[in-house]
Design a protein around this ligand. Structure first.
Ligand code: UTP
Length: 481
C-alpha cells in the first residue's frame, strides 16, 4: 500500500472495479490505483492507450527512488574525499604521446570503428523554441541549424579519414516526429540511409511531490516526460541499435549533445587516448572558471572517475584551492564522451542500472475531479537518468582536457537570458573560425563575420586554398568546400 499520506491527488472517488482486476491489484500494490479513477468515463480506445502507458512504467523503480529520497544525500560527505581527475593530456604528457594518440584516433576512424550518437531528446524548456532544438538556426552567416552543423562535422570527419561514420540521433516524445520529418525533408542531411538511425528515448511519469502519486496529464494519459539523456542506454538496447552497430564493426561511440555546435565530433586525440588506454569511457572536460560554475564536476572518488553535479557539491569543497592557487576540483563536464560499444552492451544487459536523479518541477495535471490544473509552484517530482553516471562503471575511464573556446558553446537559454543562448553560441563559432583563418595567414576586416564549413575548417589544404583565393575576408562570408 501507498507509503504516502493523503493529498488532493488521491481524494478521488473509489476506482470502479470494472477496470481489469489484475491491473487494479498491481496499481494498488504501489498505491497508484487512482490512475484508473476515470476508467468508466473512457472510451475503449482511451482505455487501451492508458493501459499501454501504465505497462511502460517501472513502478518498483519509482517507489525505490521515492524511498531513498529521504535518506541523507551522501554527496555532502563523499565529496570531501573527491580528488581532481588525472587527465590523459595533462601537462607532463609529451608531444610525442599526443601525436601517438592522434594517430591512433585517425586509425580507428579510418578502420570504420567509430559511430556518433547525438542526443536530441528532452524538452528544450529553457530555450522556448517551438521545434526540436536541433532545428534551431545558429550558423552565424549560413543560418545552418544545429542538426546541419553537427552532421556536417560528422560528414567532414568521414571525408577526411575516408570512412563511413554511422549516426544515431536520440529523440524524445516531444522531438521525435518533427526530427524524423526534418531529416526526411532534408535528404537525411546528406547521410546514407544505412548511416542514420533515429531512436526515441523512453519516458518517466512525474509524481505529486507530496504524495508520490503519479500525475495524470489527461484522464487517460500519464504526465510523462523524457527519462534523461541517460535514457540513451535503454533506447539503444531496446531498439536493437547496439547490436546493429556492433555487427557492422563499430567499436566506440562518440557522444555529443545537439545543443553544442562547437562539439569536437570524432576528435582523433580523444578517440586515440580512449583506444590506446583501453578506456571504456573517456570524457572531455574544461577547466572551470568559477568554483560555483553550473557544470558537473568530474572527479576521482574511490579510484573511479565520477561526476558530482554542481548542486550536490558543497560550496566549501567547490572553493578548495590547490597549493598553486588554482581550483582543486577544476574539471567541468561538457557532455562529450567516447563510449565503447562492448561496455554499453555489458551495462545494458547486466547493469548496474543508471540511477535516477529527482528534480522538483512544475507539471500541469488533471485533479481528482478531472479539472486541468496549471500549478504556479513546483508541484511534482520528475525522474531522469544521466549518461555520465556510466563513468564509475567503466574500466580505465579517462579524462581529456580541452579548451572551452574550441569545444563548448551550449545553447540552453532563449535570448531573455544573457548566457548560453543562440547569440553566445554564434559568437563562439565566429571567434573560433576567425582564429583558424588567421592561424593560416588569412585576414578578416573588422565587422566581417567568417563562417567555415567543417570541411574547410578541418582540412588544412582546403583552408589554405581558400586563403590564397581570398586573403582578406572583407564582408560576411560562408565558405563551403
Ligand atoms: P538539457 O539537460 O539541457 O535538457 O539537455 P533540454 O531538454 O535540452 O532542455 P531543458 O533542460 O528542458 O531546458 C542536454 C542535452 O541532452 C539532450 C538534449 O537534447 C540536449 O542535447 N537530452 C536531455 C535528451 O536527449 N534527453 C533528455 O531526456 C534530456
Amino acid at each position: 500500500l501507498s507509503p504516502f499520506g493523503n493529498s488532493p491527488i488521491v481524494a478521488i472517488k473509489d476506482v470502479q472495479m470494472r477496470a481489469p482486476a489484475e491491473l487494479y491489484q498491481k496499481l494498488t500494490r504501489y498505491g497508484q490505483q487512482h490512475l484508473l479513477g476515470f476508467w468508466d468515463l473512457l472510451t475503449e480506445q482511451q482505455r487501451v492507450e492508458l493501459c499501454a502507458e501504465i505497462a511502460q512504467v517501472d513502478f518498483e523503480a519509482i517507489a525505490g527512488c521515492l524511498r531513498n529520497q529521504t535518506e541523507q544525500n551522501p554527496w555532502s560527505v563523499l565529496s570531501r574525499a573527491a580528488e581532481p581527475p588525472p587527465t590523459a593530456n595533462g601537462q607532463l604528457v609529451s608531444d610525442a604521446s599526443l601525436d601517438e594518440a592522434r594517430a591512433a584516433g585517425r586509425g580507428a576512424l579510418a578502420k570504420g570503428q567509430i559511430g556518433v550518437v547525438l542526443v536530441a531528446g528532452g524538452q528544450g524548456t529553457r530555450l522556448g523554441f517551438d521545434h526540436p532544438k536541433g532545428m534551431l538556426p545558429v550558423g552565424p552567416v549560413s543560418g545552418r541549424t544545429l542538426f546541419e552543423i553537427l552532421i556536417d562535422l560528422v560528414r567532414a570527419r568521414a571525408d577526411l579519414h575516408g570512412c563511413r561514420i554511422p549516426v544515431v540521433v536520440m529523440t524524445s516524445l516531444a522531438t521525435h516526429d518533427a526530427t524524423v520529418r526534418y531529416f526526411a525533408d532534408h535528404d537525411r542531411l546528406g547521410l546514407n540511409a544505412e548511416d542514420l538511425e533515429i531512436v526515441c528515448q523512453g519516458n518517466m511519469p512525474a509524481v505529486d511531490r507530496e504524495s508520490g502519486k503519479i500525475l495524470l496529464a489527461e484522464p487517460h494519459r500519464l504526465a510523462l516526460s523524457p527519462d534523461g539523456h541517460g535514457g540513451l542506454l535503454q533506447a539503444l538496447e531496446h531498439h536493437g541499435t547496439l547490436a546493429r552497430l556492433g555487427s557492422r564493426g563499430i567499436r566506440h561511440l562518440f557522444y555529443a549533445q545537439i545543443d553544442n555546435p562547437l562539439a569536437q565530433i570524432c576528435d582523433p586525440l580523444t578517440i586515440g587516448f580512449h583506444t590506446l588506454r583501453n578506456s571504456e569511457m573517456t570524457t572531455q572536460v574544461v577547466r572551470k572558471t568559477d568554483p560555483l560554475q553550473r557544470v558537473g564536476n568530474v572527479v576521482l572518488l574511490d579510484n573511479r572517475v565520477q561526476v558530482i553535479e554542481y548542486s550536490d557539491l558543497p560550496e566549501q569543497v567547490a572553493r578548495q584551492r590547490a597549493p598553486d592557487g588554482s581550483l582543486r576540483l577544476w574539471a567541468g563536464n561538457i557532455a562529450v564522451h567516447v563510449i565503447s560499444v562492448a561496455f554499453l552492451e555489458r551495462v545494458a544487459q547486466r547493469g548496474p542500472p543508471l540511477p535516477f536523479h529527482l528534480a522538483v518541477k512544475r507539471v500541469p495535471y488533471v485533479d481528482a475531479n478531472g479539472r486541468s490544473q496549471e500549478p504556479r509552484e513546483p508541484n511534482a517530482i520528475k525522474f531522469e537518468r544521466f549518461i555520465f553516471d556510466l563513468l564509475p562503471s567503466a574500466q580505465n575511464a579517462m579524462v581529456v582536457e580541452i579548451d572551452p573556446a574550441e569545444g563548448f558553446a551550449p545553447v540552453k537559454n532563449g535570448l531573455d537570458v544573457s548566457t548560453e543562448n543562440p547569440h553566445t553560441a554564434q559568437a563562439a563559432m565566429t571567434l573560433q573560425h576567425a582564429r583558424r583563418w588567421r592561424a593560416f595567414g588569412g585576414q578578416i576586416h573588422a565587422g566581417a563575420v567568417l563562417e567555415l564549413h567543417p570541411l574547410v575548417a578541418l582540412d588544412t589544404r582546403r583552408l589554405q586554398d581558400w586563403i590564397r583565393r581570398l586573403p582578406v575576408c572583407a564582408a560576411s562570408t560562408y565558405l563551403q568546400p
